[in-house]
Design a binder for this molecule. Structure first.
Ligand code: PGA
Length: 245
């Protein structure tokens, strides 16, 4: 694990984006695993800037998002599809057919999870996977539990996750109760993981994830097993990790 700690958020975002740009510039057919949430927004802004400055092209890149809410279609403002369109897909040369996100409004959600898993199998090992962590240690929507699933699956969101994510919705009742998420197996098979976390609220879970035992009740702790994990933290999120180092 290679931990990089930044005082300035913009420098963190740039460093994490550069790690992704370097992967694409080393392989124009690169496959990327993408995450949503507040944490990676700055990274996506830096990717857009790199594209605008002709430092990177997404022309032959393929992307796979790690999750989507059940019941939210592409046009729903809180869908992860809409998030990705807003922050990345509409701003770089990535078009329909190059990016993939589970279909949250599929009639058969379990069937959709299988379809998505089959797509990932065809894609093979992702070149780089962007990840962040939830306050409860979840990765994507792999929620804490005694058994963790390795393949794409339908998940019941914990009340904690629904509460935390409700800030993006008009009210808690609008937050879906289920989602489709890539399993940890596909994420862990990626050649490289670019992991980002920001803010003091994440400090305690990061200590558990990166300095505690590997524990399915802290899904992020499994990342310790990845051979090429690059961690990008701000000083607030890294608070306890810095004390330990
Ligand atoms: P956040 O979400 O980036 O909005 O904190 C992270 C997550 O829940 O995985």
């Amino acid at each position: 694990m290679n931990i990089n700690i930044f005082k300035i958020e913009e420098e963190l975002d740039l460093a994490a984006a550069n790690a992704v740009v370097n992967v694409i510039n080393g392989n124009s057919n690169a496959t990327l695993g993408l995450a949503t949430g507040e944490t990676p927004i700055g990274l996506y802004q830096k990717l857009v800037q790199a594209y605008e400055n002709e430092q990177v092209s997404f022309k032959r890149v393929t992307t796979y998002n790690i999750d989507e809410y059940a019941g939210l279609g592409k046009a729903h403002p809180q869908s992860f599809y809409a998030f990705m369109k807003t922050h990345l897909f509409s701003k770089v040369n990535l078009s329909e057919g190059q990016f993939h996100i589970p279909n949250g409004v599929a009639v058969d959600l379990a069937g959709e999870a299988k379809r998505y898993e089959a797509l990932l199998k065809v894609a093979g090992q992702l070149d780089v996977q962007i990840l962040s962590i939830g306050l409860n240690g979840h990765i994507g929507f792999n929620e804490p539990g005694h058994t963790l699933r390795t393949e794409t699956h339908v998940v019941n969101l914990t009340e904690e996750t629904r509460q935390v994510n409700s800030k993006a919705f008009p009210s808690l009742t609008d937050v879906p109760k289920q989602a489709i998420t890539m399993g940890l197996g596909t994420m862990m098979k990626a050649k490289k993981i670019v992991f980002i976390a920001k803010g003091e609220a994440k400090a305690a879970i990061l200590k558990q994830a990166f300095n505690g035992p590997i524990d399915p009740l802290v899904p992020g702790s499994l990342l310790q097993l990845h051979p090429n994990l690059e961690v990008y933290l701000d000083t607030k999120a890294a608070k306890y990790l810095m004390e330990l180092s």
